[in-house]
Design a protein around this ligand. Structure first.
Ligand code: FDA
Length: 403
């Protein structure tokens, strides 16, 4: 079924490898290909029945595989400069060159986000073809039960023990357990003495407390452009009301910066000129405030955010200071999310293996010779829009150059 070598048993030749990669996702496959191209014998282990499952569902099935605006300031990490080296050594243009060699058509959607014209399957097929050409062996449906390092790395699996000089942790984060996400990389890292920045769901919708939901419950499905802020982080994109809270790109982006109990502030009139209401009062004094507001936000939002007694009045009868107060409340709606929709809905996991214990050039653990960590398992989390795959490709390539 797959282009690269399948190895479901442990024969004498399969027993020992230069490199074992745990995880056949974006990062693990890229690391395996790169190491294989250097002539290393590489075995990739994954418990799933198919490689690259998250690639397949990404970008609505078209895989937003990179972003032309990639730079380290588009990533969250406790060690903000860590990603610079890898991102500058394997760039979006390197990945574009790779997919063009495989005749995969692509387009820029918006904000530098690149998508396949066709199916995300083409990306997985390309990675498997590259892996086959680099003589990488892929073993799926494989449970990893233990990892030890008496001398080399010994990986115990339900199909026997495999041994390698180098071990690359690429099993991703905790997001979407239904697709097989586990904390294996974090557990192994801790076992070898590496620190792990507490993982949390990111690029995830917020849930709201009952008092906030009372205002928004009739707004599910309504979208509005906003400026969303939390601490020093701000995103200007669309927000979407849901039955349980808030979503949409602005909110997903902000969730990565959010910590429990932190308030967020939303400018609901971000696209309007400011001041918005006084000039409209001068221009159309007889129009009801509700009619004026409906130029600035969907009518259902007007009903939820403007008291009915005010909304019904002609705007010309309302004092400027009342309009100013209303406008300023809409420009800084401050609330504290009750929580998030959790790993079941989170596109990525923030936190992860602490990069302060890794080389930014090679992704190797400073304290454990031969151990590497890449991709989402590591405490580097990109913005929405292709950044997380670019991190997977770049960190995988760096580890594969060295392992
Ligand atoms: P990834 O999770 O891809 O791979 C890990 C592999 O390890 C999996 O194959 C898994 O089966 C395996 N594994 C896990 N635990 C194991 C265990 N215990 N034993 C053995 N194997 C194990 N990003 C982006 O840039 N553009 C996009 O369009 C999208 N879209 C998107 C949509 C949705 C719905 C989600 C959930 C996520 C995205 N992302 C995204 C994020 C992106 O998918 C993610 O950041 C990368 O897949 C991370 O790649 P990794 O290889 O690090 O982990």
């Amino acid at each position: 079924m797959y282009a690269c070598g399948m190895d479901r048993g442990v024969g004498p030749r399969a027993h020992s490898h230069d490199v074992i990669v745990l995880g056949a996702g974006a990062a693990g496959l890229m690391a395996a290909i790169t190491a294989g191209q250097r002539g290393r014998s590489v075995l990739v282990l994954d418990h799933a029945d198919e490689p690259g499952k998250k690639i397949l569902i990404s970008g609505g099935g078209r895989c937003n595989f990179t972003n032309l605006e990639t730079s380290a300031d588009r990533f969250f990490s406790a060690n903000p400069h860590f990603a610079k080296s890898a991102l500058s050594r394997y760039t979006p243009h390197d990945f574009i060159a790779l997919i063009e060699r495989h005749d995969i058509a692509w387009h820029e959607k918006t904000l530098g986000q690149l998508f396949c014209d066709g199916s995300a399957r083409a990306i997985v097929a390309m990675l498997l073809a590259e892996a086959a050409a680099a003589h990488v062996t892929l073993r799926l449906d494989c449970r990893i039960t233990d990892v030890a390092r008496p001398d080399r790395f010994h990986i115990e699996t339900d199909a026997g023990t495999v041994i390698a000089h180098s071990l690359i942790l690429a099993t991703g984060g905790l997001s979407i357990p239904k697709l097989g996400a586990t904390g294996l990389a974090h557990d192994i890292a801790r076992r070898f003495g590496l620190a792990v920045v507490p993982p949390r769901p990111a690029l995830v919708p917020f849930t709201l407390a009952p008092n906030d939901l009372a205002r928004t419950q009739n707004l599910a499905g309504v979208a509005q452009p906003v400026l969303a802020r939390c601490g020093g982080t701000a995103f200007r994109e669309a927000m979407l009301f849901t039955h349980r809270g808030l979503s949409g790109p602005a909110i997903l982006q902000l969730s990565t910066a959010w910590h429990e109990a932190a308030p967020i502030t939303l400018d609901l009139l971000d696209r309007a000129d400011h001041p918005a209401l006084r000039p409209r009062k001068r221009a159309r004094p007889r129009a009801a405030l509700r009619t004026i507001m409906a130029d600035l936000m969907p009518a259902r939002m007007v009903d939820a955010f403007i008291p009915a007694n005010l909304a019904a009045q002609p705007i010309g009868t309302l004092p400027d200071h009342t309009l100013d107060a209303l406008e300023s409340a809409l420009k800084s709606w401050t609330l504290t999310p009750a929580g998030t929709e959790g790993y079941a809905k989170a596109e990525v996991t923030a936190g992860g293996i602490d990069t302060r214990g890794l080389s930014s050039r090679t992704m190797a653990a400073s304290a454990v010779p031969g151990l590497y960590a890449i991709g989402e398992a590591v405490d580097v989390t990109g913005w929405l829009g292709g950044y997380n795959f670019q991190w997977a490709w770049a960190s995988g390539w760096c580890a594969g150059q060295h392992a």
